[in-house]
Design a protein around this ligand. Structure first.
Ligand code: ATP
Ligand code: MG
Length: 280
Protein backbone atom coordinates (compact mmCIF):
# COMPACT_ATOMS: atom_id res chain seq x y z
CA UNK A 1 0.00 0.00 0.00
CA UNK A 2 1.22 3.48 -0.86
CA UNK A 3 1.64 6.04 1.93
CA UNK A 4 0.69 9.71 1.59
CA UNK A 5 1.46 12.78 3.70
CA UNK A 6 -0.65 13.00 6.88
CA UNK A 7 -3.41 15.63 7.00
CA UNK A 8 -1.31 17.71 9.43
CA UNK A 9 1.66 17.57 7.04
CA UNK A 10 -0.52 18.51 4.06
CA UNK A 11 -2.02 21.42 5.99
CA UNK A 12 1.38 22.71 7.01
CA UNK A 13 2.66 22.52 3.42
CA UNK A 14 -0.38 24.28 1.94
CA UNK A 15 -0.13 26.93 4.66
CA UNK A 16 3.43 27.47 3.53
CA UNK A 17 2.19 28.11 0.01
CA UNK A 18 2.33 24.75 -1.77
CA UNK A 19 -0.48 23.86 -4.16
CA UNK A 20 -2.78 21.04 -3.03
CA UNK A 21 -1.74 18.75 -5.91
CA UNK A 22 1.94 19.21 -4.96
CA UNK A 23 1.20 17.66 -1.57
CA UNK A 24 -0.32 14.49 -3.07
CA UNK A 25 2.95 12.54 -3.29
CA UNK A 26 3.05 8.82 -2.51
CA UNK A 27 5.72 6.82 -0.68
CA UNK A 28 6.66 3.20 -0.07
CA UNK A 29 7.54 3.60 3.61
CA UNK A 30 6.90 6.00 6.51
CA UNK A 31 10.62 6.64 6.76
CA UNK A 32 10.76 7.71 3.12
CA UNK A 33 7.75 9.98 3.65
CA UNK A 34 9.24 11.67 6.73
CA UNK A 35 12.52 12.34 4.93
CA UNK A 36 10.73 13.87 1.95
CA UNK A 37 8.47 15.93 4.22
CA UNK A 38 11.43 17.39 6.07
CA UNK A 39 13.09 18.33 2.79
CA UNK A 40 9.99 19.92 1.24
CA UNK A 41 9.00 21.72 4.43
CA UNK A 42 12.48 23.20 4.77
CA UNK A 43 12.45 24.52 1.23
CA UNK A 44 8.89 25.94 1.63
CA UNK A 45 9.92 27.71 4.84
CA UNK A 46 12.95 29.16 3.05
CA UNK A 47 10.76 30.41 0.17
CA UNK A 48 8.37 32.04 2.63
CA UNK A 49 11.23 33.74 4.42
CA UNK A 50 12.64 34.98 1.11
CA UNK A 51 9.26 36.49 0.19
CA UNK A 52 9.08 38.36 3.48
CA UNK A 53 12.69 39.51 3.18
CA UNK A 54 12.26 40.82 -0.34
CA UNK A 55 9.08 42.62 0.73
CA UNK A 56 10.86 44.45 3.54
CA UNK A 57 14.19 44.97 1.76
CA UNK A 58 13.25 45.88 -1.78
CA UNK A 59 9.55 45.76 -2.67
CA UNK A 60 8.04 47.52 0.41
CA UNK A 61 4.46 47.36 -0.84
CA UNK A 62 2.21 44.27 -0.72
CA UNK A 63 0.49 43.35 -3.99
CA UNK A 64 -2.94 44.29 -2.61
CA UNK A 65 -1.78 47.86 -1.94
CA UNK A 66 0.05 48.07 -5.27
CA UNK A 67 -3.05 46.84 -7.11
CA UNK A 68 -5.14 49.44 -5.33
CA UNK A 69 -2.69 52.16 -6.35
CA UNK A 70 -2.61 50.97 -9.99
CA UNK A 71 -6.41 50.92 -10.18
CA UNK A 72 -6.66 54.41 -8.67
CA UNK A 73 -4.17 55.71 -11.25
CA UNK A 74 -6.05 54.02 -14.08
CA UNK A 75 -9.40 55.53 -13.08
CA UNK A 76 -7.97 59.00 -12.44
CA UNK A 77 -6.58 58.83 -15.96
CA UNK A 78 -10.09 57.94 -17.18
CA UNK A 79 -11.20 61.15 -15.39
CA UNK A 80 -13.16 59.39 -12.66
CA UNK A 81 -13.28 61.26 -9.33
CA UNK A 82 -12.25 59.24 -6.28
CA UNK A 83 -14.53 59.36 -3.25
CA UNK A 84 -14.31 57.83 0.19
CA UNK A 85 -17.34 57.12 2.38
CA UNK A 86 -18.00 55.49 5.79
CA UNK A 87 -17.76 51.73 6.31
CA UNK A 88 -21.01 51.73 8.27
CA UNK A 89 -24.44 52.30 6.74
CA UNK A 90 -27.97 52.43 8.06
CA UNK A 91 -30.81 49.95 7.75
CA UNK A 92 -32.64 52.54 5.66
CA UNK A 93 -29.86 52.42 3.05
CA UNK A 94 -30.03 48.62 2.88
CA UNK A 95 -33.80 48.80 2.46
CA UNK A 96 -33.37 51.21 -0.43
CA UNK A 97 -31.19 48.53 -2.06
CA UNK A 98 -34.11 46.10 -1.47
CA UNK A 99 -32.00 44.16 1.03
CA UNK A 100 -34.63 43.22 3.57
CA UNK A 101 -35.30 40.07 5.57
CA UNK A 102 -36.43 37.95 2.61
CA UNK A 103 -33.34 38.84 0.60
CA UNK A 104 -30.44 36.29 0.65
CA UNK A 105 -27.83 39.01 1.27
CA UNK A 106 -29.70 40.13 4.39
CA UNK A 107 -28.38 37.15 6.36
CA UNK A 108 -24.84 38.05 5.41
CA UNK A 109 -24.98 41.49 7.01
CA UNK A 110 -22.95 42.25 10.16
CA UNK A 111 -25.14 44.41 12.41
CA UNK A 112 -23.55 46.79 14.91
CA UNK A 113 -26.87 47.75 16.47
CA UNK A 114 -30.53 47.90 15.47
CA UNK A 115 -30.07 50.44 12.74
CA UNK A 116 -26.40 50.34 11.75
CA UNK A 117 -24.37 47.69 9.93
CA UNK A 118 -21.00 47.21 8.23
CA UNK A 119 -21.54 47.88 4.54
CA UNK A 120 -21.81 44.70 2.44
CA UNK A 121 -21.31 46.82 -0.71
CA UNK A 122 -20.33 50.35 -1.72
CA UNK A 123 -23.38 51.05 -3.89
CA UNK A 124 -25.68 52.64 -1.25
CA UNK A 125 -23.19 55.37 -0.35
CA UNK A 126 -22.33 55.91 -4.01
CA UNK A 127 -26.02 56.33 -4.88
CA UNK A 128 -26.39 58.80 -2.02
CA UNK A 129 -23.45 61.03 -2.83
CA UNK A 130 -24.04 60.83 -6.59
CA UNK A 131 -27.57 62.17 -6.12
CA UNK A 132 -26.14 65.10 -4.14
CA UNK A 133 -23.24 65.69 -6.55
CA UNK A 134 -25.62 65.83 -9.52
CA UNK A 135 -27.00 69.09 -8.15
CA UNK A 136 -23.64 70.72 -8.81
CA UNK A 137 -21.66 68.66 -11.31
CA UNK A 138 -21.82 68.24 -15.07
CA UNK A 139 -22.78 64.98 -16.79
CA UNK A 140 -21.32 62.51 -17.38
CA UNK A 141 -20.56 62.26 -13.67
CA UNK A 142 -17.89 59.62 -13.08
CA UNK A 143 -16.96 58.51 -9.55
CA UNK A 144 -15.32 55.52 -7.86
CA UNK A 145 -14.52 54.26 -4.40
CA UNK A 146 -12.17 51.56 -3.15
CA UNK A 147 -12.92 50.32 0.35
CA UNK A 148 -13.63 47.40 2.65
CA UNK A 149 -16.96 45.59 2.46
CA UNK A 150 -18.16 42.98 4.93
CA UNK A 151 -20.27 39.86 4.43
CA UNK A 152 -20.88 36.75 6.52
CA UNK A 153 -19.83 34.09 4.03
CA UNK A 154 -20.04 30.33 4.36
CA UNK A 155 -17.90 29.33 1.38
CA UNK A 156 -14.17 29.34 2.00
CA UNK A 157 -11.76 29.56 -0.88
CA UNK A 158 -12.86 32.63 -2.78
CA UNK A 159 -14.83 34.50 -0.12
CA UNK A 160 -13.63 36.71 2.71
CA UNK A 161 -15.59 38.28 5.55
CA UNK A 162 -13.80 41.54 4.86
CA UNK A 163 -12.78 42.27 1.28
CA UNK A 164 -11.75 45.29 -0.77
CA UNK A 165 -14.24 46.44 -3.33
CA UNK A 166 -13.64 48.79 -6.23
CA UNK A 167 -16.96 50.23 -7.35
CA UNK A 168 -17.15 52.67 -10.25
CA UNK A 169 -20.20 54.38 -11.64
CA UNK A 170 -20.67 56.61 -14.65
CA UNK A 171 -23.90 58.63 -14.74
CA UNK A 172 -25.22 59.95 -18.03
CA UNK A 173 -23.88 57.25 -20.37
CA UNK A 174 -26.21 57.24 -23.42
CA UNK A 175 -28.56 54.23 -23.17
CA UNK A 176 -27.47 52.76 -26.50
CA UNK A 177 -23.78 52.92 -25.50
CA UNK A 178 -24.06 51.25 -22.08
CA UNK A 179 -22.91 47.71 -22.88
CA UNK A 180 -20.00 48.86 -24.98
CA UNK A 181 -18.97 51.42 -22.35
CA UNK A 182 -19.15 48.85 -19.56
CA UNK A 183 -16.89 46.49 -21.48
CA UNK A 184 -14.48 49.32 -22.21
CA UNK A 185 -14.29 50.25 -18.50
CA UNK A 186 -13.85 46.64 -17.39
CA UNK A 187 -11.09 46.20 -19.99
CA UNK A 188 -9.24 49.29 -18.67
CA UNK A 189 -9.47 48.20 -15.04
CA UNK A 190 -8.37 44.63 -15.75
CA UNK A 191 -5.53 45.82 -17.95
CA UNK A 192 -4.31 47.97 -15.06
CA UNK A 193 -4.62 44.85 -12.85
CA UNK A 194 -2.47 42.90 -15.37
CA UNK A 195 -5.27 40.44 -16.07
CA UNK A 196 -5.90 39.52 -19.69
CA UNK A 197 -7.91 36.29 -19.63
CA UNK A 198 -11.58 36.79 -18.85
CA UNK A 199 -14.99 36.86 -20.46
CA UNK A 200 -18.43 38.39 -19.97
CA UNK A 201 -21.57 36.51 -18.99
CA UNK A 202 -25.13 37.77 -18.71
CA UNK A 203 -26.20 37.88 -15.09
CA UNK A 204 -29.51 38.58 -13.37
CA UNK A 205 -28.23 40.03 -10.12
CA UNK A 206 -30.36 39.85 -6.99
CA UNK A 207 -29.71 43.47 -6.18
CA UNK A 208 -28.93 45.21 -9.44
CA UNK A 209 -31.14 43.51 -12.05
CA UNK A 210 -29.68 42.84 -15.48
CA UNK A 211 -25.93 43.15 -15.87
CA UNK A 212 -22.81 41.40 -17.07
CA UNK A 213 -20.56 39.33 -14.87
CA UNK A 214 -16.85 39.24 -15.57
CA UNK A 215 -15.60 35.66 -15.32
CA UNK A 216 -12.04 34.35 -15.26
CA UNK A 217 -10.86 31.04 -16.76
CA UNK A 218 -12.21 28.26 -14.58
CA UNK A 219 -15.39 30.17 -13.77
CA UNK A 220 -14.26 32.49 -10.95
CA UNK A 221 -16.35 35.69 -10.78
CA UNK A 222 -14.00 38.67 -10.93
CA UNK A 223 -16.58 41.45 -11.10
CA UNK A 224 -20.25 42.20 -11.52
CA UNK A 225 -21.59 45.05 -13.58
CA UNK A 226 -24.94 46.69 -13.92
CA UNK A 227 -26.72 49.52 -15.68
CA UNK A 228 -29.59 51.94 -15.31
CA UNK A 229 -32.21 53.35 -15.53
CA UNK A 230 -32.94 50.72 -12.90
CA UNK A 231 -35.87 49.92 -10.59
CA UNK A 232 -33.80 50.87 -7.50
CA UNK A 233 -33.04 54.36 -8.85
CA UNK A 234 -36.27 55.97 -7.68
CA UNK A 235 -35.52 55.12 -4.02
CA UNK A 236 -32.39 57.30 -4.40
CA UNK A 237 -34.20 60.00 -6.40
CA UNK A 238 -32.03 59.61 -9.49
CA UNK A 239 -33.29 59.17 -13.02
CA UNK A 240 -30.24 59.37 -15.28
CA UNK A 241 -28.94 56.40 -17.26
CA UNK A 242 -25.75 54.86 -15.84
CA UNK A 243 -23.25 52.03 -15.93
CA UNK A 244 -21.48 50.58 -12.88
CA UNK A 245 -19.04 47.81 -11.99
CA UNK A 246 -17.81 46.22 -8.75
CA UNK A 247 -14.51 44.32 -8.54
CA UNK A 248 -13.13 42.39 -5.54
CA UNK A 249 -9.44 43.26 -5.35
CA UNK A 250 -8.45 40.10 -3.48
CA UNK A 251 -10.33 38.06 -6.11
CA UNK A 252 -8.34 39.78 -8.84
CA UNK A 253 -5.08 38.98 -7.04
CA UNK A 254 -6.01 35.39 -6.30
CA UNK A 255 -6.79 34.92 -9.99
CA UNK A 256 -3.77 36.76 -11.33
CA UNK A 257 -1.34 35.00 -8.98
CA UNK A 258 -2.86 31.56 -9.69
CA UNK A 259 -3.63 31.00 -5.99
CA UNK A 260 -6.08 28.30 -4.90
CA UNK A 261 -7.30 30.36 -1.93
CA UNK A 262 -8.12 34.03 -1.45
CA UNK A 263 -6.76 34.45 2.11
CA UNK A 264 -3.07 34.65 1.26
CA UNK A 265 -3.41 38.13 -0.26
CA UNK A 266 -6.22 39.42 1.98
CA UNK A 267 -6.06 41.96 4.81
CA UNK A 268 -4.60 39.60 7.39
CA UNK A 269 -2.52 39.13 10.51
CA UNK A 270 -1.51 35.59 9.45
CA UNK A 271 -0.32 36.34 5.91
CA UNK A 272 1.65 39.22 4.48
CA UNK A 273 1.76 39.63 0.72
CA UNK A 274 1.27 35.94 0.05
CA UNK A 275 3.74 34.74 2.71
CA UNK A 276 2.78 32.98 5.93
CA UNK A 277 3.82 34.99 9.01
CA UNK A 278 4.11 32.17 11.56
CA UNK A 279 6.71 30.08 9.75
CA UNK A 280 9.15 29.47 12.64
P1 ATP B 1 -20.07 35.62 -5.45
O1 ATP B 1 -21.20 35.16 -6.36
O2 ATP B 1 -18.71 35.23 -5.92
O3 ATP B 1 -20.32 35.33 -4.00
P2 ATP B 1 -21.35 38.17 -5.54
O4 ATP B 1 -22.03 38.10 -6.88
O5 ATP B 1 -22.14 37.93 -4.31
O6 ATP B 1 -20.06 37.21 -5.54
P3 ATP B 1 -21.07 41.00 -5.89
O7 ATP B 1 -22.08 41.52 -4.93
O8 ATP B 1 -21.41 40.93 -7.33
O9 ATP B 1 -20.59 39.56 -5.39
O10 ATP B 1 -19.70 41.80 -5.62
C1 ATP B 1 -18.84 42.27 -6.66
C2 ATP B 1 -17.48 41.59 -6.59
O11 ATP B 1 -16.94 41.65 -5.27
C3 ATP B 1 -17.51 40.10 -6.91
O12 ATP B 1 -17.50 39.90 -8.32
C4 ATP B 1 -16.21 39.63 -6.27
O13 ATP B 1 -15.09 39.97 -7.07
C5 ATP B 1 -16.16 40.48 -5.02
N1 ATP B 1 -16.70 39.78 -3.83
C6 ATP B 1 -18.00 39.63 -3.47
N2 ATP B 1 -18.11 38.98 -2.29
C7 ATP B 1 -16.83 38.72 -1.90
C8 ATP B 1 -16.27 38.08 -0.74
N3 ATP B 1 -17.02 37.60 0.25
N4 ATP B 1 -14.92 37.99 -0.66
C9 ATP B 1 -14.14 38.48 -1.64
N5 ATP B 1 -14.60 39.11 -2.74
C10 ATP B 1 -15.93 39.23 -2.88
MG1 MG C 1 -21.86 39.26 -8.50
Amino acid sequence: MKITFSEAQKNRLTELGMKENETRLQFETVKEREMEYKKIEKSAVAKNREKLMSLTESIYQPKLCKLQQDLINCLLEEKFTQVTTPSTITRKFLERMSIEQAHPLYNQVFWLDDRTCLRPMLAPNLYEISQKMMNYCKMPLKIFEIGSCFRKESEGKSHLKEFTMLNLVEWGTPVEDRVERLKELVDSVLKAAHISEYGFENEDSLVYGIGLDVIGNGGLELASTSMGPHPLDSAWRVSSSWVGAGFGLERLLMYREGEEGIHRYSKSISFLDGARLNIK
